[in-house]
Design a protein around this ligand. Structure first.
Ligand code: GLC
Ligand code: CA
Length: 561
């Protein structure tokens, strides 16, 4: 029936993601930090996760909150010191928690020494660490090609002293590294070694499929946005560079890697994550299931289509089974909160539980983002002055150019901005949600008086306890980790139903994505009366024979031994 699966630790683990600025402030300056993280390690352990992925902790001027790195070998002053980081690694390891660092090597900050030196002197070896090019006309009148930045206007920034442009796929303060330069790749390998020697267990590699650019940097197809992408996304060289990193560093250290890969499909993914000789990453974050309520970006909104979401999940579940391994996620620091998106704040806990069961019971390594486990929601910002993210301000300009009214743009932005995921974690009903004793760097969601960790701890039916139980169940049942996957009722617009099978045991996962009652009869071969209802989000639910009429956002997980 199913292909034998190689069992590995990273397939059995689950991961908690921390976006450090908003996690927990230990020293009262309003910014989350390592002291805060250390104080919450027991909490993290209590979630039954096995690893923490840290969004960047490195020194950064914060043009993109840490994704613009000025020093790869240091901890940002905002977050603490290298010494504290070592303590954190020890304390985490003592609790059986692994540490995964974000590795951002598509670009650096323009305040990185390499960039500063390469900019100051054309003859410096650092000049060729980046893509410096002459314009098409002298005097900075026309950039080297027509590529657009994903964050800020054109992809080229002119330097009058050099009479050259540098490439930035993201913000102006994020110049792209020239990975075709072997010296840059040596730097990357040494940075990896530096952190691995400090004891970290692996890396999440930021936009890793962008690290190779088409030779000659030709013009891109003139579409409205992301011009040039076909020349910097998923080029064959990416595989070569990643092979070098894996063979020379990651493999010898036994380190884990998950690569972020926009625009990825299962077929293309195999090239990177298929187990065997050519594998270069352990897992990959693709975006396909995140496109169920938008097109290309969260900012171009369409009505949520469960069918689209199911199709994406199923394609990856089927596509990877037995030969590669999925990364499972719904939230991270780049997307709005999922209860607003796919659930319903009116059924916050119910729909939160349904979403949790829906993805954690699939085959793959689950990632849970800070605050997701207590059902944090999106926040409203009153005006654009309250937006901190470079991307939001860029999108505002783009929508303006399309003729949208300010009011409409603000309303779109409030829903679409990734800042929704970046408000402080709500620890308690105390001032500032217990996040800081000082003034928080960004507004706390006013709903913290109700939605917070402390309240969830004290409520046996909370989403928090549900996540804990689900992650524990997964860890204790190979069926959930290694079982195969089969979808039912594919054409349903409201129900997501699938089964998992492993060594004669079966799991049936039923999820309703609507507040309306839906009648369903269990798929052939399942007798609900014989199954053990291991997870549910309503009390005292029963089935009439094999038929259920769902409650709003109901989920049921049945185990058949
Ligand atoms: C990745 C990160 C995102 C960042 C971007 C540029 O997509 O997840 O937060 O802004 O890369 O580094
Ligand atoms: Ca602090």
């Amino acid at each position: 029936m199913s292909t034998p699966i190689n069992k590995t630790w990273y397939k059995e683990m689950s991961v908690y993601q921390i976006w450090p600025r908003s996690f927990c402030d230990g020293n009262g300056d309003g910014i989350g930090d390592l002291e805060g993280v250390i104080s919450k390690l027991d909490y993290i352990k209590s979630l039954n996760v096995d690893a923490i992925w840290f969004s960047p902790l490195y020194t950064s001027p914060n043009a993109d909150y840490g994704y613009d790195i000025a020093d790869y070998r240091n901890i940002s002053e905002d977050y603490g010191t290298l010494e504290q980081f070592k303590t954190l690694v020890d304390e985490a390891h003592r609790r059986g928690i692994k540490i995964i660092m974000d590795l951002v090597v598509n670009h650096t900050s323009d305040e990185h020494e390499w960039f500063k030196q390469g900019r100051a002197d054309k003859n410096s070896p650092y000049h060729d660490y980046y893509y410096w090019r002459k314009g098409k006309k002298p005097g900075g009148k026309k950039p080297p090609n027509n590529w657009k930045s994903l964050f800020e206007g054109g992809a080229w920034e002119y330097d009058a002293d050099l009479d050259e442009y540098y490439l930035h796929i993201f913000a102006k303060k994020q110049p792209d590294l020239n990975m075709s330069n072997p010296a840059v790749r040596e730097e990357v390998k040494n940075i990896m070694r530096f952190w691995l020697d400090l004891g970290v267990d692996g890396f999440r590699e930021d936009v890793i499929t962008y690290i190779a650019k088409r030779e000659g940097l030709p013009n891109g197809f003139p579409i409205p946005a992301a011009v040039g992408m076909e020349h910097y996304s998923g080029l064959p060289k990416v595989h070569d560079y990643l092979t070098e990193f894996r063979k020379e560093v990651l493999e010898p250290y036994g380190a884990f890697t998950v690569g972020e890969a926009p625009m990825m499909t299962p077929k293309k993914a195999k090239k990177y994550i298929e187990e065997g000789g050519n594998q270069v990453l352990d897992l990959m974050f693709h975006f396909q299931h995140m496109g169920a309520d938008c097109i290309f970006t969260d900012w171009i909104v369409t009505p949520f289509s469960l069918k689209r979401m199911k199709k994406a999940f199923s394609r990856w579940q089927r596509g990877m089974y037995g030969t590669a391994w999925n990364a499972l996620y719904l939230e991270n620091h780049d997307h709005p909160r999922i209860i607003n998106r796919y659930g319903d704040p009116l059924y916050r806990v119910e729909s939160g539980k349904m979403l949790a069961a829906m993805y954690i019971c699939q085959c793959g390594t689950p990632f849970v983002y800070q605050g997701q486990e207590i059902g944090m929601l999106n926040t409203e910002r009153g005006s654009f002055d309250d937006f901190k993210d470079v991307m939001a301000h860029n999108m505002r300009k783009t929508f303006r150019s399309f003729g949208f009214s300010e009011k409409r743009i603000l309303s779109i932005a409030n829903k679409a901005t990734r800042e929704n995921a970046r408000t402080p974690v709500q620890w308690s009903a105390a001032k500032n949600a217990g996040f800081t004793a000082g003034a928080p760097w960004v507004g706390v969601n006013p709903n913290y008086t109700e939605i917070n960790v402390e309240a969830a701890e004290n409520d046996a039916d909370s989403l928090l306890h549900f996540y804990r139980a689900l992650l524990k169940f997964r860890k204790e049942n190979e069926l959930v980790i290694y079982g195969d996957y089969k979808e039912h009722f594919k054409s349903s617009r409201n129900l997501y139903v699938y089964e998992r099978n492993y060594k004669g045991r079966r799991l049936l996962v039923i999820c309703s994505f609507t507040d309306k009652p839906v009648k369903l009869t269990a798929p052939k071969g399942f007798d609900l009366q014989k199954g053990e209802l291991v997870f549910q989000n309503y009390k005292d639910v029963t089935a009439q024979g094999n038929t259920i009429v769902t409650k709003p956002y109901e989920t049921r997980v049945y185990l058949f031994n």
